[in-house]
Design a protein around this ligand. Sequence first.
Ligand SMILES: Nc1ncnc2c1ncn2[C@@H]1O[C@H](COP(=O)(O)OP(=O)(O)OP(=O)(O)O)[C@@H](O)[C@H]1O
Length: 143
Amino acid sequence: MALERTFSIIKPDVVARNLIGDIYHRFENAGLRIVAAKMVHLNREEASGFYCHLRSKPFFEELLQFMMSGPVMVQVLEGEDAIKRHREIIGDTDPKKARAGSIRADYATSIDQNAVHGSDCVESAEKEIAYFFTDEELCPRTR
Ligand SMILES: Nc1ncnc2c1ncn2[C@@H]1O[C@H](COP(=O)(O)OP(=O)(O)OP(=O)(O)O)[C@@H](O)[C@H]1O
């Protein structure tokens, strides 16, 4: 197993419902260490830049409106197989298909307001971490 870093967003719906602490508990209980974190309120440029790979999708504008609707928590998580482990805790994009006990099964209200984001591969994780954090903002690697 590889020690990895992944990028995570707690989306506006979950922040508004006072659930940041619960989500952080889930990350830490799963062996994921929070090595950088901050609260940001995305503007249009930041949200559309982050989701630029989805700009041709019919739901793109709706996605931007949601991601700009309130503050989000962005964090970098480190652990063994962190990318896969994080996505397992999150659950399927569609909360109706998400595993029982996953964050999306418990908190997402729909496919578009789905509580959290997690990088899907090493390349996306590196790109997404660099989109929000400078090297100085990241804790040194534990190994
Ligand atoms: N059919 C849809 N209708 C509305 N919104 C959608 C739909 N599909 C995806 N989205 C939104 O776009 C986001 C990114 O979609 P993507 O296909 O990358 O899914 P994902 O990798 O599971 O989600 P994320 O990247 O947020 O972890 C989803 O999390 C969701 O908020």
